[in-house]
Design a protein around this ligand. Structure first.
Ligand SMILES: [Mg+2]
Length: 403
């Protein structure tokens, strides 16, 4: 019965993505999307005509994005032509172009690369602060979450950006994990969807005083402060991790990741037919902890403490600690690809300053104003951003030198 209810409420189509980089070609294949029946993006995808009523219906979406060898070397490819993803008709396997729906979506969410000059014109005289998600933004989505490594080109581009602009990474992963992936000392890190932030100290507000702890990161003066608004939930989170591991151990392909202040249940490698039972087991654990709730991201279920704190709050907190709380000349820029990033997009929109940028190669319901197709376009964007500042610095140096 429970299974039937779930099926009628939600149509899930399981996903398997495989990313291959071969001779400069980035091929995403065998992509099976997780989708909810009522998600608007489905309508905009124009998939309804291809959907079957069965809840276990599997659909393969083939997205082939060709890049040149130059792109893999991290060169600026902002002028490359955007190719709409291709959808395979599951009956005939013939490609069905999503050109028109994708193109109309891009009209509403223009390419941040194509719009770069216009965006930077508005940014003139303002202080750009860069916020980035990690998985699917700085690194490709891969089957094994432990292997979601960032390329050296991306790292160099990020280092360049962080040299000129305050830069922070806000990830759902644990702060330690994302720090280990990124390996840069000139960026700020927020893990557990912003519930674990290492940032510059600010005058401590009484309401958050208990959440602050001064810590000296490796080899640094104690110039950064740890902010952990969900600290009191740590013992329960540990219990949840243990219980989830125990309850799901017989389901092949499940991976439980302890992110510190939230827990991820990765199901990228779980068989489609096992998904229902996995979801039931995870829900049965979460039901035991009324102070926690379940959310869903890309091929991941996440157990989070029910506190009023998300990536949007983390963005605001970081802006405050960086000294921009009441600044009218700050321009936050947030790049992310998943549902949890929408909270940060909303904050930027409500501030009326800055650019929310979604990373997506398919049309999506989003609060973002601009788009980038994939991490390779994020790389191009970051390179352009760093070069912009480099150019202004070198021209200033030249002027100073000649005077
Ligand atoms: Mg992501």
């Amino acid at each position: 019965m429970a299974h039937a209810r779930r099926s009628s409420a939600t149509q899930r189509v399981l996903v398997q993505q495989q990313h291959h980089i071969l001779d400069g070609r980035f091929i995403i294949r065998n992509m099976r999307l997780v989708a909810r029946r009522k998600v608007k993006s489905h309508r905009s995808l124009g998939l309804m005509g291809l959907q079957r009523s069965s809840a276990s219906y599997k659909q393969s979406v083939q997205s082939i994005q060709r890049t040149t060898k130059d792109e893999n070397k991290g060169r600026d490819l902002s002028t490359k032509t955007r190719t709409a993803p291709l959808l395979s008709d599951p009956n005939t396997n013939d490609p069905v172009s999503l050109d028109s729906s994708y193109n109309s979506w891009v009209e509403e969410h223009p390419s941040a690369l194509d719009s770069f000059d216009r965006m930077m014109k508005t940014a003139k005289g303002k202080r750009i602060v860069v916020f980035l998600d990690y998985d699917g933004t700085l690194s490709p989505i891969v089957d094994n979450p432990d292997r979601a490594l960032m390329s050296e080109e991306m790292r160099a581009a990020l280092r360049g950006v962080a040299k000129y602009f305050p830069t922070a990474i806000i990830s759902g992963r644990s702060r330690d994990k994302v720090t280990e992936f990124v390996k840069l000392s000139n960026v700020y890190y927020a893990g557990s969807h912003g519930m674990d932030i290492m940032a510059p100290p600010i005058p401590v507000k009484s309401s958050t005083a208990g959440n602050h702890q001064t810590i000296a990161p490796h080899g640094k003066e104690s110039t950064e402060v740890l902010f952990q608004p969900a600290k009191k939930f740590l013992p329960a989170i540990q219990e949840i991790v243990t219980m989830l591991e125990e309850k799901t151990k017989k389901i092949q392909g499940v991976r439980i990741e302890d992110n510190g202040f939230c827990v991820s249940v990765h199901f990228r490698q779980v068989r489609a037919e096992d998904y229902g039972i996995l979801e039931e087991k995870v829900k049965s654990v979460v039901e035991k902890y009324p102070e926690f709730h379940l959310t869903e991201g890309k091929m991941v279920l996440e157990v989070r403490p029910s506190i009023e704190w998300n990536k949007g709050h983390a963005l605001e907190y970081l802006l405050d600690t960086l000294g921009f709380s009441n600044s009218s000349d700050v321009l936050p820029l947030y790049i992310g690809d998943d549902r949890s990033d929408e909270d940060a997009f909303k904050v930027i929109r409500s501030r009326g300053q800055g650019y929310p940028i979604i990373v997506s190669s398919t049309p999506k319901d989003t609060k973002a104003s601009y788009s980038l197709q994939d991490p390779s376009e994020v790389l191009s964007f970051l390179l352009r951003l760093a070069r912009l500042k480099e150019a202004s610095f070198s021209s200033r140096t030249l002027k100073n030198g000649s005077s």
